[in-house]
Design a protein around this ligand. Sequence first.
Ligand SMILES: CC(C)(COP(=O)(O)OP(=O)(O)OC[C@H]1O[C@@H](n2cnc3c(N)ncnc32)[C@H](O)[C@@H]1OP(=O)(O)O)[C@@H](O)C(=O)NCCC(=O)NCCS
Length: 191
Amino acid sequence: MTYSRSDRAGAARSGAHMNPRPPLGILIRPEYGGEESAIGELTRLAFASNPRSTHNEHSIVQALRSANALTVSLVAEQTKRIVGHIAFSPVRISDRSPGWYGLGPVAVTPPLQGQGIGRALIEHGLQQLRGLGAQGCVVFGNPGLYNRFGFARHPGLYLAGVPQEFFLALPFGAKSAEGELTYHAAFSAAG
Ligand SMILES: CC(C)(COP(=O)(O)OP(=O)(O)OC[C@H]1O[C@@H](n2cnc3c(N)ncnc32)[C@H](O)[C@@H]1OP(=O)(O)O)[C@@H](O)C(=O)NCCC(=O)NCCS
């Protein structure tokens, strides 16, 4: 069976095509205590050559953790080594819609990028959020990457002060939230 691009986007929105099977030899699992510095270093290295990076993503992860706001924190493990990480944290929306979360930062160790680890982290994370009863997820990032998972522009939902084409949402139900979105304070507190 073949899928067109629009079939795939529709399936992604409904969660139907999600197949969070990681690449061979990669285990996706929750972060364990004691892995903070490995995750921080991995994140720092992954973003080092990203021209759009603010280079504080590792501090954001730590600030979220300290604030108890890492709702979902998954690592990708290969032969006992952490090679990827993804964070999800609660967000606020001015219409008071409950149960929305922000995806990110997500990072894969540079030598293993492009092999499906990021996809596995994103799909596992979204599946876990759904399992927690979340209503939706937002991300600020590359639409070319996140459209693949069903994220899209929802013009009624916005993040102030940024180019809106990079701000994407994935409602888990039929209706999106509307209004101004605010990320967890850890995003602005991180140095
Ligand atoms: C972004 C990142 C997490 C993706 O992880 P990855 O393991 O390299 O990605 P995958 O191999 O799982 O690719 C997942 C899908 O996204 C696509 N993709 C990956 N990176 C992409 C990019 N920068 N732009 C557009 N599409 C991208 C892949 O082609 C793949 O699509 P497909 O499954 O439909 O073929 C990783 O490259 C990374 O750590 N980059 C540096 C940090 C960063 O930029 N984080 C995201 C900030 S928005």
